[in-house]
Design a protein around this ligand. Structure first.
Ligand SMILES: Cc1cc2nc3c(=O)[nH]c(=O)nc-3n(C[C@H](O)[C@H](O)[C@H](O)COP(=O)(O)OP(=O)(O)OC[C@H]3O[C@@H](n4cnc5c(N)ncnc54)[C@H](O)[C@@H]3O)c2cc1C
Ligand SMILES: *[C@@H]1O[C@H](CO)[C@@H](O)[C@H](O)[C@H]1NC(C)=O
Length: 236
C-alpha cells in the first residue's frame, strides 16, 4: 500500500516536471537534450551585439564563417542607449597624438573597433574628448551595417544548453529554436553591485538615478563607491 502511494507520488512528480517543459511545440523531440534535429543551424552563434560581439562578428565575417549574432535590442550597442547615464562616454576620443603612426594612434583611440574600413573610426564621428554616448551607438550600428555583419535584432536568447550530440541549442523569446556548433557569449559583464547594510534598502542604485538636477535641489547627497559611476555622478 505504502509502496503504491510512493510510486503514484513519483509518477505525478515526473508528470509535472515533464509538463513544465516550456519548449514543446517548437521542436519535435520532447527532450531537447536528445533532439537530433538542427533548426536554424549556424556553426557559430554570437550572443550580444555590443562592441565585443560586433568585433568577433567582423573576424568571422572576414574568415567566411557560417555565423549569426543575436541581439535582444533593436539595434547594436544597446548598452550605450542607457549607459553612462549622464550620457557622455568615459572612454577618450584621442584624435591628436602628435604622431603619424597609424598603429600608435589606434592604440590611443579607446572607442574604435578593428576593421579595414578607415571611415569606421570614432575619431571621425566626434571632436569631443568625451563624446556623447549616442555617437557610439551610431558608430556601432554603422559598423554592423557597413561591414555587412549578420546580426539578428530583437532576439533575446535563453536556456542555452548543450545536447547529447554536442550541439548547442537555444531559443528566442518567441520560442523559435536555434542550433549551433559554437556559442560565443558577448552579453557584457555589467550587473549592479548591491552591498547589504542597514539602510541599504533606502539607497538608489546608479542604474536608477535621476539625472534631473532639480531632484537633488536642497538635498545632501552621499555617494557610496568611488569608481567610474561614482565620479561621473559627483561631476554631474
Ligand atoms: C556604468 C558603465 C559605464 C560604462 N561606460 C563606458 C564608456 O563610456 N566607454 C567604454 O568604453 N566602456 C564603458 N563601460 C564598459 C562597457 O560596458 C564595455 O566597454 C562595453 O560595453 C562592453 O562591451 P560588450 O560587447 O562586452 O558588452 P555590452 O556592450 O554590454 O553588450 C552586450 C549586448 O548583449 C545583449 N544581450 C544581453 N543578453 C542577451 C540575450 N540573452 N540575448 C541576446 N542579446 C543579449 C545586450 O542587449 C547588449 O547589446 C561602462 C560600463 C558601465 C557598467
Ligand atoms: C525590432 O523591434 C522594433 C520595435 O521594438 C521595430 O521597430 C523594429 O522594426 C524591429 N526590427 C527588426 C529587425 O525586426
Amino acid at each position: 500500500m505504502q509502496l503504491s502511494v510512493f510510486v503514484l507520488v513519483l509518477f505525478c512528480l515526473c508528470l509535472s516536471v515533464y509538463g513544465n517543459n516550456k519548449h514543446d511545440g517548437s521542436i519535435k523531440h520532447d527532450d531537447p537534450m536528445l533532439n537530433t534535429e538542427t533548426p536554424n543551424y549556424k556553426e557559430y552563434c554570437v550572443i550580444g551585439a555590443g562592441p565585443g560581439g560586433l568585433q568577433i562578428a567582423y573576424f568571422l565575417e572576414n574568415a567566411g564563417r557560417d555565423y549569426i549574432v543575436f541581439e535582444k535590442g533593436y539595434g547594436a550597442g544597446t548598452f550605450y542607449l542607457k549607459y553612462p547615464i549622464h550620457r557622455l562616454l568615459i572612454s577618450i576620443n584621442k584624435r591628436n597624438t602628435g604622431k603619424t603612426n597609424k598603429e600608435f594612434n589606434f592604440r590611443h583611440d579607446w572607442n574604435s573597433l578593428v576593421s579595414h574600413d578607415e571611415s569606421l573610426q570614432m575619431t571621425k564621428y566626434s571632436k569631443d574628448f568625451f563624446p556623447p554616448a549616442d555617437v557610439l551607438v551610431q558608430y556601432l550600428n554603422d559598423y554592423a551595417t557597413k561591414l555587412n555583419l549578420k546580426v539578428q535584432y530583437n532576439s533575446t536568447m535563453h536556456d542555452i544548453l548543450k545536447r547529447k550530440d554536442g550541439l548547442f541549442q537555444m531559443w528566442d523569446q518567441h520560442n523559435n529554436a536555434y542550433t549551433c556548433k559554437y556559442v560565443i557569449m558577448a552579453t557584457g559583464i555589467a550587473t549592479p553591485n548591491k552591498p547589504e547594510f542597514p539602510g541599504s534598502e533606502l539607497v538608489d542604485g546608479y542604474e536608477d538615478l535621476p539625472i534631473d538636477l532639480d531632484e537633488y535641489e536642497g538635498q545632501s547627497v552621499l555617494i557610496i563607491g568611488r569608481g567610474n559611476a561614482g565620479h561621473e555622478t559627483a561631476q554631474h
